[in-house]
Design a protein around this ligand. Structure first.
Ligand SMILES: Cc1ncc(COP(=O)(O)O)c(C=O)c1O
Length: 492
């Protein structure tokens, strides 16, 4: 047992002082951040998010620490603050969603791979690279409940995965398997880069694109399912065929968890040829079971929510032997199947693709592993979103069960956010003057809406976040409101 921890717990109980107070002055951060993993397991044990724990929790931890189970002792192996000590301490970073985060233990593993390559590149290339990539693919296969490792290819990012799928659709037009005017259906809130890819590969090849107009704020899955059904009807009108559906698992802006299983089922019933799920944010923030979802292609980044360094994503293909997918960068392995093609696309740094096992080792140091982390982040992001909405007198953009580890919080209408550009400038303003990093979504008001909420903050919660990060955002916005600030200042 950690003797220091025991002493602080005892002192905390005797002096009725939270461990956080004691520990902040005397104890290294390493000790008290280990407490986090406990609270991930049991939401009733509340962590003071500035790094401390209540005495109630400490007592419980002592009990657990006394347990003879090795597995339980592992709970305390984590040191969140030092794992993320490379983060700029001045910034309240509540935007894990955009670029993710990588703990130092995984960065060190990555650097070891980089050095091994530089030490003896030929040996690394001939003897280690492919087996190491295979090891990562095996780990991903298990994580997402795929049937076979051949179904998993590792690529740089979701953008690359989308290009692979859409390129294949383009060839189907070129090879006259699809007819000019056949359609692709995608959400209006599909990611901007993916929309550009659709333009480059599908529209240019003769396909027509139908966008699903999704409501926001959104109250239920039903609203999305209805909107999607209507779009499929439009896609099939005039004897056209819907050749492709692109469905986000979690839309980026605004962030909404989409009922992807239901939409895939609907696409199957309606005879859609190919279904591609863009789940860039999914792995590590919501449960992923590719068999249950049943899409033809499913991609997710591992550098967003699974603690891998940039950049790595997987592309799952249900029937790799039939799909004729190819990597857009053609190299020696062309024709050997996408997974093998992707494992050599020329000389480059492959290290980010090799550390999936180390990233999983990291998450498994938390009780409940990645499921425990997901649960914790979801719970905390909702708690923080509610706190912010209450302070600003607004609402969440979705019900909690349509949030992942991200949530949309309405900003006060008096800020007068009137365009995407206002949202971007307000974000820069928050970064520059308040050291808060958070994306802002602009929502166009409906005609006749009175005092509409036109701006939403997309907040993320990852294990390194503390409650002060969110207080900083709360206070920054309240400060702007109280000083009479509006986004009109950006127009001058
Ligand atoms: C829904 C969605 N798709 C695709 C992407 C692209 O991810 P990447 O830039 O890692 O390729 C993102 C990035 O945030 C996203 O949110």
């Amino acid at each position: 047992m950690n003797i220091m921890f025991f002493l602080f717990s005892l002192a905390s109980t005797l002096f009725r002082t939270p461990i956080s107070t004691l520990s902040r002055s005397c104890l290294s951060s390493q000790h008290y951040f280990r407490l986090f993993s406990m609270a991930a397991k049991n939401p009733h044990h509340h962590l003071e998010e500035n790094g401390g724990a209540t005495t109630v929790m400490a007592a419980d931890i002592l009990n657990r620490h006394n347990s003879s189970s090795c597995k339980k002792r592992k709970l305390f192996d984590i040191d969140v603050r030092s794992e993320f000590s490379h983060h700029d301490p001045a910034v309240a970073r509540i935007n894990n969603g955009s670029f993710g985060s990588c703990p130092s233990s995984v960065i060190e593993a990555q650097q070891r791979y980089q050095l091994r390559f530089l030490e003896q590149p030929d040996d690394f290339y001939f003897n280690h690279l492919k087996p190491s990539i295979l090891r990562s693919r095996e780990a991903i296969k298990t994580l997402i409940n795929a049937d076979h490792v051949d179904e998993i290819s590792i690529v740089d990012n979701a953008t690359t995965a989308a290009a692979i799928v859409l390129q294949q659709v383009k060839w189907s037009f070129f090879e006259s398997k699809f007819n000019p005017g056949d359609t692709a259906v995608m959400l209006h809130y599909a990611y901007g880069a993916v929309k550009k890819s659709v333009e480059a590969y599908v529209t240019r090849a003769g396909g027509q694109v139908i966008e699903v107009k999704m409501p926001f704020p959104v109250a239920s899955n039903h609203e999305i399912i209805t909107a999607f059904r209507n779009a499929l009807e439009v896609g099939k009108s005039n004897n056209r065929k819907v050749r492709l559906a692109i469905i986000d698992h979690i839309t980026s802006m605004p962030s909404v968890v989409i009922p992807v299983k239901e939409l895939v089922k609907m696409c199957r019933e309606e005879g859609v040829d190919r279904i591609f799920v863009d789940a860039a944010h999914a792995i590590g923030s919501i449960r992923v079971d590719v068999k249950e979802i049943g899409a033809d292609f499913y991609t997710s980044n591992l550098h967003k929510w699974l603690f891998c360094p940039p950049s790595i994503a997987f592309l799952h293909c249900r029937t790799p032997e039939l799909s004729n997918l190819h990597h857009p960068v053609v190299s020696h392995e062309y024709g050997n199947g996408l997974a093998i093609e992707s494992s050599w696309i020329g000389t480059r740094d492959y290290s980010a693709q090799l550390v999936v096992p180390e990233a999983l080792e990291f998450v498994n140091r938390f009780e409940g592993g990645i499921d425990g982390i997901m649960k914790w982040n979801h719970q905390k992001v909702i708690e923080m979103a509610d706190m912010l909405a209450k302070s600003w007198g607004t609402n969440l953009g979705t019900p909690p069960d349509m949030c992942s580890s991200m949530a949309m919080v309405g900003l006060p209408a008096c800020l007068e956010i009137m365009s995407d550009s206002d949202g971007l400038k307000l974000r820069s303003h928050l970064r520059e003057f308040f050291k808060v990093e958070v994306p802002i979504y602009y929502r166009q008001p409906k005609v006749g809406e009175v005092n509409p909420v036109t701006g939403y903050a997309r907040i993320s919660h990852q294990i390194y976040n503390i409650v002060d990060d969110y207080y900083r955002l709360r206070d920054a916005i309240n400060n702007l409101v109280n000083s009479g600030f509006t986004c009109k200042v950006f127009h001058d």
